[in-house]
Structure formats: C-alpha cells, structure tokens
Design a protein around this ligand. Structure first.
Ligand code: CAO
Length: 415
C-alpha cells in the first residue's frame, strides 16, 4: 500500500518542472498517466541524447513511475477521449506555455464542468502580472526570482546555480499544493486550481536575501566578507561569494590536493559554540582568550584572517579528514562532493537516494530516487515509459474501451 494509491493523475507535463512534480506523486503511489502528442512526445525524450534513438537521460530521470498514452488533444476524437480522462482522474497537472490548455478548449471553467472534483495544477514562469504570458526556462526563473543577482562573487557577473531551483524546486511546490488540495477535497468534495510560479518559487528560496535587503537600510551586513574587506555596500543585497547566508560565518576552503582536484575543498562554519575547538584544531589555542578573536562580535571584522588561518590547517588534510576530525568536535564542515563521488557513495545507494534502473532500450543507468522518505509508503523507482507504451492499456482499463473503439481512435489519428 502506498500513500497515494487511490489517486489518478492526468499528467500533461513536459520538460522538467511539471514532470518532477508528477514523478514525486508517482513515487507516493499515484497512477500517473502521461499524455503525449502522437509521434512526438515530451520534447526531452530527444534532447541531450547520449545514445542515438533512445530516450535521453534527461527524460528517463524525470519520468519514472508513469504510464504513457499518446493522444492528440487538438483532434475531435482526441478531445472526446481527453474529456473522458478528465472525468476519471483526480488531478490534472500541466506546465505548458500560458493559455495552451485554453487554446485546446479546456479552460478551468470547462474542466470544473466536466469534473467538479478535479484539481487542476499548473506551473507557470510568472504569476499574474506584467510577465504572466511569458515562456520561462530554469535560468530565466533563477534570474527573475532574485537568485542570480545574489549568487557569484562581488567582482563578477550574476551567476546561475546548478541546482534546478526554478524547475525541480517549483515542481516540489506544486506537489505540495496538490496534496494539500486533495486533503481539502476530503472536506469540501470540490477540486480547486493550484498555481506554482517559478519566480515565486525561486524568490521563496531566496528569502534570506530579501532579509538582507532590508537589513542594509540599517547599516552594513557585518557577516559578509565584504565587510571585513572594508568594501562599502551599495543599496542592494550584494553577491556574497561563498559566505554563509546565516548567522554563523562560513567559507569554502582549500584542502589537500586542491592544486589537481577541482573539488578538494571543504565548507567550514566558524560556529560560535565551536570556537574553542576550532582554535585547538587549527593550532591557535591563544585565540580562545585573545580579545581580538574570543567573541563573535570582535571576530566579524577579522573574518578574512580567521578563515586564512583555518585554511592553512585544512590544506594539510583531505576534505574527508577534515570531516572526520571536525565532526566529533561539533564543528560543522562539509566536503565538496562531485557528481562522481555522489554516484559512487554506498550509503546513498542503501537509502534509495541513488538508484540503478534497467531500461529496455538503454540498459542500466543511475537516477536520483525519491528524496522524501515515508516509513509506511516506501518508493520503488520504476523505469520511464516508452512513448505511448500504455495507450491501449489505459484506454481499456481507465475508459473501458474495446478493440473496435481503440482501432477507430487509431484510424482517426487521435492516439
Ligand atoms: N496534443 C496536441 N497538442 C499538444 C499536446 C497534445 N497531446 N501536448 C502539447 N500540445 C501543444 C500545446 O497545446 C501547445 O500548442 P499551442 O502553442 O498551439 O497552444 C504546444 O503543444 C506546445 O506547448 P508550449 O508552448 O508549452 O511548448 P514550448 O516548447 O514552445 O515551450 C516552455 C516550452 C517550457 C517554455 C513552456 O511550456 C512554458 O513556459 N511553460 C511554463 C513554464 C515552465 O514550466 N517552464 C519550465 C520548463 S522546464 O525548464
């Protein structure tokens, strides 16, 4: 038994943001029916391919635990089938360009008429406002949501991050909106509209930077390394390099082997509570009582000097040795782990966070499993469907079609 066993999802998603949401719902047990255009499918099937004519890793890693039906939702017979699917499903999820579903003839009002219990969930680039008609991809959302202006180094351009906070991040928000709406439906008996905008999602993740924007009006941000370097602040939250975003100063520091290995670094947090242990470990015991270093307030203008001293110690250790030495002393540190190291980490395999999946056309590949673990609803990762692999099965099981109806839908070019 899985948490969402009784729930059927009409999955109109494509590319990344929407598919990450429906993949999560699939991992929790929902029956996810992915609707794709006949002969075309989700564009990502063919993007960034590493094996000719085989579904890309981009697609397979975002579409586990789903069934695929091909359906032309602009064709008359296709629209009839689509209407029947709306009647049979609990949730419709889509992340097309603004207005695409309306142009197909399926506005929210129409969907409510067809199935008043339907939850209709969308990802859009922007919420209502001047940009609501825009098409949006990941990096656009990172820029428009405040992430890029606050990422990077002070003397460099804005930077986007490798974490797909606009796409996968918004997919998470949408999934939460959907299960919350399902919960409310238990009381009201009605569906509702769920909207997660990518700009809102990124801004939400940049909350601490809006905090700093307001703090700036009352003086310099003393925990930023810019402050200890005596560089004046402007009127907007600056890029903070690798400074910690919280109340405890932190920095990325070199470790043994950094000259040859681009990831031989550690994050090091000079947490106030661990200060005495830090002084002992790095061979500066006198700093424990030194009036220039003993308290967080006097250290703030000297953070550059502090981290230089810590780094001269971390450079004598590997990033794993730093972790092994600091953790028992409650000094928070973290090695910079590469994708290669993560993919080979046994503990992540044990927990199902990294999973090896068999695919009929590509063989085995690695993917990231469900990052959310429920004790009574464990997730098993099932390979992504081939294009239209379950068309007949869905028409039969969900809509009760017989051989003749399937043949006629096929000859009409609807599926
Ligand atoms: N049958 C018939 N037509 C179908 C169909 C089906 N099963 N599935 C999709 N289509 C049609 C849509 O109706 C749409 O047609 P119209 O343009 O005539 O309305 C068309 O296919 C393509 O939709 P699109 O405009 O969404 O696709 P795009 O590749 O041009 O844009 C994207 C992609 C992602 C920029 C856009 O969908 C978007 O802005 N989505 C919202 C934000 C979002 O989720 N972005 C994250 C993407 S991941 O980086």
């Amino acid at each position: 038994m899985k948490a969402l066993d009784e729930i059927r999802i009409l999955d109109m998603t494509h590319v990344q943001s929407g598919p990450t949401c429906t993949q999560l719902l699939g991992w929790f047990g929902a029956d996810v029916i992915k609707v794709e255009r006949p002969g075309v499918g989700d564009a990502t099937r063919g993007q960034l391919r590493d094996i000719p004519d085989v579904d890309s890793l981009y697609f397979t890693m975002l579409n586990h635990n789903k069934r695929s039906i091909t359906l032309n939702t602009k064709d008359e017979t296709g629209k009839e089938i689509f209407t029947r699917l709306i009647q049979e499903c609990d949730v419709m999820v889509e992340n097309f360009a603004p207005g695409a579903l309306d142009r197909m003839g399926f506005s929210w009002e129409k969907i409510q008429q067809i199935n008043p219990r339907m939850i209709y969930a969308s990802v859009k680039g922007f919420g209502p406002g001047p940009y609501s008609d825009c098409k949006v991809y990941e990096n656009v959302a990172q820029c428009a949501g405040g992430s890029a202006s606050t990422t990077g180094f002070l003397d460099g351009p804005p930077l986007v991050t490798g974490s797909q906070i606009g796409d996968s991040g918004t997919g998470l928000n949408l999934a939460l909106g959907i299960v919350t709406a399902l919960f409310q439906r238990e009381t009201t008996g009605k569906g509702q509209r769920v909207l997660a905008s990518m700009q809102d999602g990124v801004l939400n993740l940049c909350r601490v930077k809006l905090r700093d924007q307001q703090r700036l009006q009352r003086g310099p941000l003393t925990e930023y390394s810019q402050h200890s370097e005596q560089i004046e602040f402007g009127d907007t939250t600056p890029r903070a390099g690798n400074d910690s975003g919280g109340g405890q100063p932190g920095c990325i520091l070199k470790c043994k082997g950094w000259e040859a290995d681009p990831n031989a670094y550690t994050y090091f947090i000079a947490q106030a509570a661990a200060w005495k242990n830090i002084c002992d470990v790095i061979g500066r015991p006198s700093w424990k009582e030194d009036s220039d270093f003993a308290t967080p307030a006097v250290r703030l203008p000297r953070l550059g000097e502090v981290f230089k001293a810590i780094e001269s110690w971390t450079m004598t250790k590997t990033k794993y040795e730093v972790m092994d030495i600091c953790n028992p002393l409650d000094i928070p540190v973290g090695p910079i782990l590469s994708m290669k190291e993560l993919s080979e980490e046994p503990s992540l395999r044990d927990t199902g966070t990294i999973v090896s999946v068999e695919h009929p056309e590509r063989g085995s590949y690695l993917t990231v499993g469900n990052p959310i673990k429920l004790s009574d609803s464990p997730s098993e990762v099932e390979r992504s469907p081939l294009l239209g692999e379950h068309t007949d099965a869905i028409l039969r099981e969900v809509l009760g079609f017989g051989d003749e109806e399937i043949a006629s839908a096929r000859s009409a070019g609807a599926v």
